[in-house]
Design a protein around this ligand. Structure first.
Ligand code: NDP
Ligand code: 8X3
Length: 250
């Protein structure tokens, strides 16, 4: 049985990915800070779900989690670097510095350090797949995207650079770049629990669902060993590009 390690398993995409990978026949180690949410998922998914309390921004927590994984003698076949968040939608000049620090610590440092811990085992086994959850925000700028979008641009380039470093190995790396998705806690976290603003964001929009994203992960993980999906951008049909803005009489 193959083992997957999914970060950010307690909600949203991460929980849906855990459900899907278990349905696909994987044993899944699910990491997140909220142990109660992970315990609920364990109740639902049974013995093939292994909950792991983990704060990717805390080196001691990460060390302890990786020690548990090593002690369990479960080689990680698939790592899904999903834990991440956006905080705030203010323009840069009005943004909260602590929000920026938290996004950098989680989306950049956390993702890089989880990878740093897991990658050597994959290279030693000459097998494995890392799926990073980036965002369209790493490609397309928008007002208020500032550090969040930049953190996802890091994920995009880090994924490509990993591919370069892994030349000559059979370890695979994919960056998934989703657009607007409903049914997760993402916007509630970003907008500080403002239910009205969250409802307005998703009003009358057929957005991507966590299951759509889990299906995408499942498809990537199901590719033959010689196939690497470098990147995959996925938006709802309802979302598309718009013209650049022009300010007049500046
Ligand atoms: P959710 O808020 O629903 O889930 C985020 C998950 O990350 C939670 O399980 C949370 O668990 C976990 N997490 C946050 N901080 C940490 C941390 N320090 N250590 C460990 N786990 C952490 O959001 P989504 O499911 O929507 O987002 C998942 C990923 O997808 C993120 O990287 C996000 O940027 C990306 N994304 C989301 C889109 C969307 O529209 N929803 C679109 C594009 C990308 P806990 O709080 O228990 O630690
Ligand atoms: C989440 C998608 O467009 O809200 O990463 O930044 S977006």
């Amino acid at each position: 049985m193959k083992t997957a390690f999914v970060t950010g398993a307690s909600a949203g995409f991460g929980a849906a990915i855990c459900r899907q990978l278990i349905a696909d026949g994987y044993r899944v180690i699910g990491g997140a800070r909220r142990a109660d949410k992970l315990a609920q998922l364990e109740q639902e998914l049974g013995e093939n779900f292994i909950p792991l309390t983990l704060d990717v921004t805390d080196p001691a927590s990460l060390d302890a989690a990786v020690a548990l994984i090593h002690d369990s003698s479960l080689p990680i076949d698939v790592l899904v670097n999903n834990a991440g968040l956006a905080l705030g939608i203010e323009r840069a000049q009005h943004a909260d510095a602590q929000n920026w620090e938290c996004m950098i610590a989680t989306n950049i440092t956390g993702l890089a350090m989880v990878t740093h811990k897991i990658l050597p085992g994959m290279v030693a086994a000459n097998a494995g797949l890392i799926i990073n959850i980036g965002s369209i925000a790493g490609t397309y700028p928008y007002p208020g995207g500032n550090v969040y979008g930049a953190s996802k641009a890091f994920v995009k380039q880090f994924s490509l650079n990993l591919r370069a470093d892994l030349a000559g190995t059979r370890v695979r790396v994919t960056n998934i770049e989703p657009g607007l998705c409903s049914g997760t806690e993402f916007s509630m976290v970003r907008l500080g629990g403002n239910h009205e603003a969250v409802a307005a964001l998703y009003k009358d929009v057929d957005a991507i669902s966590p299951q759509d994203l889990a299906n995408t992960v499942s498809w990537i993980a199901g590719q033959p060993d010689h196939v690497n999906i470098n990147s995959l951008e996925i938006m709802p049909v309802a979302q598309t590009y718009s013209a650049l803005s022009v300010a007049r009489n500046l």
